[in-house]
Ligand binder design. Structure first.
Ligand code: NAP
Length: 485
């Protein structure tokens, strides 16, 4: 069952930072896959912009190399690279100087969608926004895409929002959180709001607790300096885990539409209780064999930054009163695995005499690997051994469900960039959401600093610090296993 592809309207997309890591790793390969899927109109134009002295040919060579190195299977074996490269152009522009701007203006066409991707550090957002306006390049309908990190606390996020608001309306700003672009995340909404089965059970009468895990096997090498100033709370919880929490916990919006969905997410963030420091476990990975430890990779022998965090969170509203949400994320863990698990209550009473084990249903939403959803259900153990019950997953791996057309499970960046061109902001964060998330995060981080909190050690390749297991054991629960492919 291949998915239907609807071409987007003609556009000029300018990628500021078009020669940088993000453009090479994600943006250019994603655009190429959409080109292969015939989603880009014939006259789409993609303009790389950075200070480097390149021409169109040089930028096309850089893009071809990036696609060969970072593209997915589909894009590496794509036939039409030449056609795609012809949509690429380059202009040398300095965000902080005047050079290149008139050339960029001359390249932009009237009557097509204009989108500007700020794939540069946030310190340049203000300069770019100002010059786009000063040179008359940003028209009223243009769109602006910005990447994380969106601030490092409430104050800096407000400043960044204010800087952008000087030149752009909120309806023009697309703040990317690529977790929201994942197929599974949208499927979570389809499962919740497109089936009669789940929504009646989605509350504190039937749900025992919810776990959200984002586990990585990589360390911080290569971005140690940035990471050491951020830590897992800023780098992952304030944005990605928070967004997942919002989608799982929000009230049904009246429509699947940007304003309605984002209003409901905002209400969840505002209803988050402050977190008791005893319900937070921070960790730092130790060296193991020839794998360096966190402090070495971060280049800071005295660092107190967390590369792991687990915390228990409560939402102060009627639906979720008393239901804990356990969140955890970390580097150098046992496997690369991201999952949301909705753990329902145990059966109140079993009618089966031979059945001694307690049973419960668990809805698990896997973001990686093998994006998909499974529902643990209790059935009879096959065979003549009496009425014994076992728990089995009803598995819906999307690649299987799509009959082997796994290329149809578009990468998050592909979907999000196409949404920018379509003008659909549903899967992007609104400014007030980002600020509310920082308003909840800031006191937690300030608390650590005030108490001079030191992260616990954990072994590389483990489940994180032992204390994170205790966080659930104390409540008579346990974490789900971190399982890779
Ligand atoms: P990067 O590799 O350092 O690239 C920065 C880009 O900006 C280069 O193309 C650079 O080219 C250009 N640039 C720098 N100063 C400029 C100026 N004054 N005027 C015009 N262009 C300028 O950074 P990156 O990793 O791609 O990250 C870009 C943004 O995305 C950052 O905010 C980062 O936090 C965010 N992000 C990155 C990733 C990732 O996987 N890399 C993931 C999530 C978010 P020239 O030096 O030639 O000008």
């Amino acid at each position: 069952m291949p998915t239907r592809v609807i071409p987007v309207d003609p556009f000029d997309l300018v990628i500021f930072g078009g020669t940088g890591d993000l453009a090479r790793r994600k943006i250019l390969p994603a655009l190429f896959v959409r080109y292969l899927a015939c989603q880009l109109p014939a006259d789409a134009r993609i303009i790389g912009a950075a200070r480097a002295d390149l021409d169109d040919t040089g930028f096309r060579a850089l893009a071809a190399e990036a696609i060969a190195e970072f593209g997915c299977e589909t894009s590496r074996h794509g036939r039409d690279l030449k056609g795609f490269l012809e949509t690429l152009h380059y202009v040398s522009v300095d965000a902080r100087g005047e050079g290149g701007w008139p050339e960029l203006k001359a390249m932009m066409r009237d009557g097509v969608i204009r989108a500007f991707y700020f794939s540069v550090g946030p310190a340049l957002f203000g300069d770019l926004a100002e010059r786009l306006h000063a040179h008359g390049i940003a028209d009223r309908g243009c769109r602006l895409v910005v990447e994380k990190p969106f601030g490092r606390d409430l104050e800096s996020a407000r400043e960044l929002n204010a800087t952008l608001a000087q030149h752009f309306d909120e309806a023009q700003i697309y703040r990317i959180d690529h977790y929201l672009g994942k197929e599974t995340v949208q499927n979570l909404m389809a499962v919740r709001f497109g089936n009669v089965l789940f929504e009646p059970l989605w509350n504190n009468h039937y749900v025992d607790h919810i776990q959200i895990t984002v586990a990585e096997t990589v360390g911080v090498a290569g971005r140690g300096e940035y990471y050491d100033r951020a830590g897992a709370m800023r780098d992952m919880v304030q944005n990605h885990l928070m967004q997942l929490l919002c989608l799982i916990a929000m009230e049904p919006p009246n429509m699947f539409e940007a304003g309605a969905v984002r209003d409901e997410k905002l209400k969840v963030i505002r209803a988050l209780q402050p977190v008791d420091p005893h319900q937070i476990v921070r960790g730092q990975y130790d060296p193991r064999d020839d794998i360096p430890g966190y402090r070495e990779e971060a280049g800071n022998p005295r660092s107190h930054t967390e590369s792991f965090i687990a915390l228990k969170v409560h939402i102060d509203n009627w639906r979720w009163a008393g239901v804990p949400f356990y969140l955890r994320t970390g580097k150098r863990l046992k496997a690369r695995s991201s999952e949301i698990a909705v753990v329902f209550n145990e059966l109140g009473h079993s009618i089966f005499e031979e059945d001694v084990e307690p049973h419960r249903n668990i809805l698990s939403i896997r973001l990686q690997p093998n994006e998909g959803i499974d529902l643990q259900v209790t059935i009879k153990e096959p065979g003549p051994g009496g009425m014994r019950l076992i728990d089995l997953p009803l598995d819906m791996t999307f690649a299987d469900a799509l009959d082997g057309h796994d290329e149809d499970v578009a990468d998050a960046y592909e979907r999000l960039i196409m949404d920018v061109i379509r003008g659909n902001q549903t899967l992007f964060m609104r400014g007030d959401e980002v600020e509310a998330a920082w308003a909840w995060t800031d006191p937690i981080i300030a608390g650590w600093r005030g108490r001079n909190d030191v992260p616990k050690h954990y072994e590389s390749g483990s489940n994180g610090p032992e204390d994170s297991q205790m966080l659930l054991h104390r409540d008579g629960r346990r974490w789900r296993e971190i399982k890779g492919e």
